[in-house]
Design a protein around this ligand. Structure first.
Ligand code: CP
Ligand code: NVA
Length: 311
């Protein structure tokens, strides 16, 4: 990876102090904009003259719109490109794509089908590359999730958080985040769909309080937050088998009652009511899912400022 380029590839790449700086700045920027029209540029237009290219190999609503609005609020320019419309889709290498885009724009955000594509892009780009979700991780999402939890309940290091369902890409970023920031993470996943073993090993080697169980009830017991995600992620192909394996892991009122009475419910969205979560929980008083969605915008701005060196 090019030496001092400030990529944002995975939460595990950062120290607790660096993550806290990103989180604290996003809270401050959110507070400073409260009540202002969303199209208004922030004071000082800190990224004026900078351009971000966004490449999508998979669909997106939140990541696409929040990054685009974030860049505009910071005074910068943004280009959105579907990977299918690029020569990348016809066999141009990722390395050459990285070299070419580095001559046109100041940063790249990519939603990649494969994590190794993200890493290859970062290796050959001379500008910052941001991970907008891969099959392995979703760091920008989990930074927004941590921000959301902390807005409601204070710093995560004093709490136990439960992940229920597939041990997927978002779960991996939660493992990274809780290990770096402190606090306990319990993952209740079916034995066929465990969290990424490399992430769990990394967490244990770095003092993370990460517990893996196959029992959803054990994971959520007295937890301050219960998190669910879709049963079938964008890169998954075995939808029918996953539905069968994950049915017992639905987050419903019975499961929520095992957590603390004031437990939050989180979900990165898109959600499937009646599958991984019931409508009652998703739309109930404990749910903060739309705060999470909003916070994608605020955390994106803080991540962009970190990557583009406008400290
Ligand atoms: N949560 C999330 O990343 O949503 P999108 O797929 O809509 O970007
Ligand atoms: N785990 C989901 C997250 C979507 C934002 C997926 O990868 O499809």
């Amino acid at each position: 990876m090019a030496g001092d380029v400030r990529h944002f590839l995975d939460i595990s790449d950062f120290s607790k102090a660096e993550l806290r700086q990103v989180l604290d700045r996003s809270q401050a920027m959110k507070a400073a904009r409260k009540g202002q029209p969303k199209g208004m540029v922030d004071q000082g237009a800190p990224l004026k003259g900078r351009a971000l290219a966004m490449i999508f190999q998979q669909p997106s609503t939140r990541t696409r719109v929040s990054f685009e609005v974030a860049m505009r609020q910071l005074g910068g320019e943004v280009l959105v490109i579907s990977a299918n419309d690029m020569q990348l889709g016809r066999g141009e290498t990722i390395a050459d794509t990285a070299r070419v885009l580095s001559r046109y724009v100041d940063a790249i955000m990519i939603r990649a089908k494969r994590h190794d594509h993200l890493m290859e892009l970062a290796e050959h780009a001379t500008i910052p590359v941001i991970n907008g979700l891969t099959n392995k991780s979703h760091p920008c999402q989990v930074m927004a999730d941590v921000m959301t939890f902390e807005e409601h309940r204070g710093q995560v290091d004093k709490h136990a958080i439960a992940w229920v369902g597939d041990g997927n890409n978002v779960a991996t970023s939660w493992i990274h985040a809780m290990t770096r920031l402190g606090g306990e993470l319990r993952l209740g996943c079916p034995s066929e769909l465990p969290p990424d073993a490399q992430a769990v090993d990394w967490a244990r080697a770095h003092g993370g309080k990460v517990k893996v169980t196959t029992s959803a009830e054990e994971a959520v017991k007295d937890a301050a937050c219960v998190i669910a995600d879709v049963w079938v992620s964008m890169h998954d192909t075995d939808a029918a088998a996953r539905h069968n394996m994950l049915k017992p892991y639905q987050v419903n009122q019975t499961l929520m009652r095992q957590a603390r009475p004031d437990a939050l419910f989180m979900h990165c969205l898109p959600a499937h009511r009646g599958e991984e979560v019931t409508a009652e929980v998703m739309d109930g008083p404990q749910s903060v899912v739309f705060d999470e969605a909003e916070n994608r915008l605020h955390i994106q701005k803080s991540i962009l400022l970190r990557c583009l060196g406008a400290e």
